[in-house]
Design a protein around this ligand. Sequence first.
Ligand SMILES: [Mg+2]
Length: 398
Amino acid sequence: MKITDLKCAVIASSPVLRITTDEGITGWSQIETPKPYLQPIVLQLKDWIVGQNPLHVERVMRRIRVRGGFKPFGSAVSAIEIALWDIAGKAAGLPIHRLLGGKVRDQVRTYRTLYHEPGTKHTVADYVRWAEIAKSLPEKFTMFKLPTSFHSSMVRDVPDFFYGEVQHDAPYPYPHRGAMTENGMKHLIECVTAAKEALGSSYGMAVDAGPGYLPNDALRFAKAVEHLNLMWIEDMITGDYVPFVNPDVYREVTPHTTTPIHTGEQIYLRQNYKPLIESKAVKVIGPDPCDVGGIAELKWIAEYADLHGISMAPHGTANGIFGLASLIQVCATLPDNYIAFEYPARFEPFWYDITEGFDGVPVRNGMIDVPDRPGLGVNLIPEKAKKYLSEGDAGFFD
Ligand SMILES: [Mg+2]
């Protein structure tokens, strides 16, 4: 079998990949929703893979892995890896989890990052309301993640939250970093405590908090909320869109608190996880299959983390319907250090109409059945998807 083409169309701000072969099998994949600018980066990889045998996934990956980087520049390489597994699964008539060693669970747990309602001012009442909304969601998630402090507009909305300069017109994401004021820290602890108490002990709650903390504040916060039994606090030191890891600075925090410390969504490749895992700089890691280099890459990291007593909670908030499918496939195969993956909640319902494979939102009681359809188990329906293509992408299904 040979790869004949790599195409990429932007549908609702999300670059969708289509790899075609000379045997008529198509591989699908997708890059995070707010990243239309990655379309040309995907397409410049075309010449490196056309003519290659897509069933030799690793052999193809060795040609292009060098062309990725930390988030968002690992996503093109990662998406190609996932589309190759889709082809390999379809060629074998097997779900991808069978090619990765087989599933070890029939259902995978997923958690929901619930963003604050528009207009939130990050008051204690807003955080109680957050918990009430979380508990009312029809998917009945058992675990939620709360964006707060430097990972939210709390930095701007709470006066004198920290000693740095508030940047009102700053480009996304997260430009703020610096020492927190005593009142800022107090307010943060009150809000997080209120949210967890309103949620109750039947639900897991994680906190996405940065990047932006200095290590002293990170430790102070983690220790102050130990009694809340949080699932983890994420990305306080480095994280989302930070192009480095700084494991030694995490070591100033992680060993000194019982609150599990988490990071890793921006990291590309196992080699960049190596120092984080080997120095046990965090207790939970969150590679994203759509950024880390793909699903086999994520599985390798999960196995290595398990050997070191580190848990897995993969990232996925904006991964779209194909990212959801890839998370389900790989998470079905992970060792027992697997906690839950972040549900890709940020895509519109029309995706269920233009694809076949999911019968609407697949979450029941916070769990998703692992499908046994070939490959990823989800395909675009050209006749239905066509109307979402821009003029420039009109030839996507040709
Ligand atoms: Mg995060």
